[in-house]
Design a protein around this ligand. Sequence first.
Ligand code: AMP
Length: 286
Amino acid sequence: MHNPAHMMGILAVETNLPNVPQAVVFDTAFHQTMPKTSYLYAIPMVLYRKHQIRRYGFHGTSHDYVSKRAAEYLGKPLEELKIVSCHIGNGASCTAILGGKSFDTSMGMTPLEGLMMGTRSGDLDPAIVPYAMNKEELTLSEVNSMLNKHSGLIAISGISSDMREVVQAMNEGSEPARTAFEMYVYRIRKYVGAYAAAMNGIDVLLFTAGVGENSDVLRKAVCEGLTFLGIELDEARNRVRSGDSRRISTDASRVEVLVVPTNEELLIARDTYRLVRTSKEAAADE
Ligand code: AMP
């Protein structure tokens, strides 16, 4: 979805500014530290070897930025923290970050896997695909479009893929909107629990991106079912609106719950600067 637009940009710069160095910062790069047990699918290995079918993960730039920012905010070494980062925007993913490195993430070979999203289904039984194709006489492209563009919040609420509109409809009494909201929250909570188990603990729970940064209602609903992990939300702190990183857990909470506004552009700029400087230094050395 994104690559054709990126290629157009790269080619346009190459044509018009041939002497300007270009750097490509991949959203999957942060997840390259995942162990095999996280990135392999339990399907015939020929698919991995021949076609590189494996989990790659996305939103890496964001998860990388917010985890570093969280350690800085807490004044603790990133290497010692077990973080579950929830990037909840139009697309949504959770990442288990162990000592600053991605250990597991909810998106897979494509961004379709994992959490329920605005228009994407997230996890589902793969047998549904051939079954639905057969029953509804769908083509490959139609089933792809159904799962990526016509599922998730919009499919269940029947109202919108925008969380603001779903919450508003829920508050006005819409049952489908309530179901959509509750499913969305339930799936985030399940991933937080799974990743706490994957890392044998959790020190920090992070919320970022459009919904994560702005929806106190969603954050409250997610945290409410996680008290067994030592997560205690401070309701007044959670309601504060601010563009800065902030703690929303109580002082007694065993797990720090933070809202950290993401800044993918800044991380891309830093990575680009580092890459360009390193390649210039290498050229100067030759
Ligand atoms: P992003 O993909 O990170 O730009 O996030 C975009 C999404 O954030 C939109 O589709 C909205 O659903 C959501 N969003 C923005 N503001 C709010 C808010 N105050 N409450 C709930 N959702 C919000």
